[in-house]
Write a protein that binds this ligand. Structure first.
Ligand SMILES: *Cc1c(COP(=O)(O)O)cnc(C)c1O
Length: 359
């Protein structure tokens, strides 16, 4: 590639972050969540790097098929379960685990003609109101699954938290109480926690934990950054200066002329834009590293380029290194400046970029 923009994936950082999960939850098995192309880091690459995980979690079948085709033999959990009856044969062939969260899935599972029973994770809706059976149906659903020839015994129990990333949100305690009161008498393996719960709610570190974001070295908490939890960013989005403008006071920069130079100053042009997944809504002032020094985005990011205030790097030259997020520049900060969350930025990194692995 001649284009000087790339994504660097640090495999050592991924491994380090998995160890951090083990540190937080030493008695839990780890279902590493690698949906959405492993949060933009590369599905197969991350699965191969994190081969120490006890299982992988993906959103849907195509992701699981890709993993099996790449030779990944670990347990793989379909977090949305089967969508259609025809999915079940492939699921059985590929030996995938399924989350069962609604009546439709009970029906198709009951009717399917499978060679082997499937590992089922029965999902309860304890208050997030996205996927899962309501508490009142738990006993019936459990009995029904228990009697099905297509369900491998013992099944496992699962719920998902809506507010684990906010330290004191009352809904978390309500959800935990609900799950506990429904499940405590069942001697089955259970799972509750996403990354935020792994870090912030020790009582959710039960038989299995389900970290996603923290594996990629990003803080799942509403405030702070990865370094607060000794996590290392696995993705660095980097580029280069491809031009420098020496502008006069009051001259505008970029589309819409939304930003004007407060004084005579150099402005750098960087070869990355919203076509790569850099957020167009990032405001002027969003930090950008030029030669490792903090500078600031000025004006609107365009499709293939963005513009940076070089007053902190007046001697910068064409070809100098620019970091948009990652190593030494927390993506949490960029997300705040763009009024979004790190998850969205990671998933939005465009595959037209060159991906390089390190470590
Ligand atoms: C995505 C997801 C996770 C991981 O969440 P993070 O916040 O990235 O740790 C865990 N469980 C389920 C059901 C998910 O969909």
């Amino acid at each position: 590639m001649t284009r000087p923009s790339r994504v660097v994936i640090d495999r050592q950082a991924l491994k380090h972050n998995l160890k951090r999960v083990r540190h937080y939850a030493p008695n839990s098995k780890i279902m590493a969540i690698i949906k959405a192309d492993a949060y933009g880091h590369g599905l197969v690459r991350v699965a191969q790097t994190l081969d120490d995980a006890d299982a992988f979690g993906v959103a849907f079948m195509e992701e699981a098929i890709q993993l099996r085709e790449a030779g990944i033999t670990s347990a793989i959990v379909l977090l949305e379960g089967p969508h259609k009856a025809v999915d079940l044969n492939t699921i059985s062939e590929l030996q995938l685990d399924i989350v069962v969260h609604n009546q439709h899935q009970l029906d198709i599972l009951d009717k399917a003609d499978l060679v082997e029973p499937l590992q089922v994770w029965l999902k309860l809706d304890t208050g997030m109101h996205r996927l899962g059976f309501p508490p009142a149906l738990f006993n019936d659903v459990y009995q029904r699954l228990n009697a099905m020839k297509n369900v491998k015994q013992p099944m496992r129990l699962m719920t998902h938290l809506a507010t684990a990333n906010e330290a004191q949100h009352p809904l978390t305690a309500q959800q935990l109480d609900c799950f506990e009161s429904l499940c405590s008498e069942f001697d089955l393996e259970k799972t509750i926690s996403n990354s935020a719960a792994v870090i912030g709610h020790p009582d959710t570190r039960v038989d299995w934990v389900r970290p996603g974001l923290m594996l990629y070295g990003v803080s799942p908490m509403a405030e702070g950054t990865a370094a607060d939890h000794d996590l290392k960013p696995a993705m660095t989005l980097e580029s280069e200066l491809i031009s420098i403008q020496y502008l006069n006071k009051d001259e505008p920069v970029g589309y819409g002329a939304t930003w004007r130079c407060p004084e005579d100053m150099p402005v750098g042009i960087v070869a990355t834009g919203y076509g790569d997944g850099f957020p167009r809504h990032a405001e002027s002032g969003t930090p950008i590293l030029v030669n490792g020094v903090r500078c600031a985005l000025v004006g609107r990011a365009s499709m293939d380029m963005l513009t940076v205030d070089l007053r902190n790097q007046p001697d910068a030259r064409i070809g100098d290194r620019v970091v948009l997020w990652g190593d030494s520049l927390p993506i949490e900060e960029i997300a705040k400046h763009a009024n979004t969350i790190p998850y969205e930025l990671l998933c939005g990194v465009h595959k037209r970029l060159e991906f390089i692995e390190r470590g």
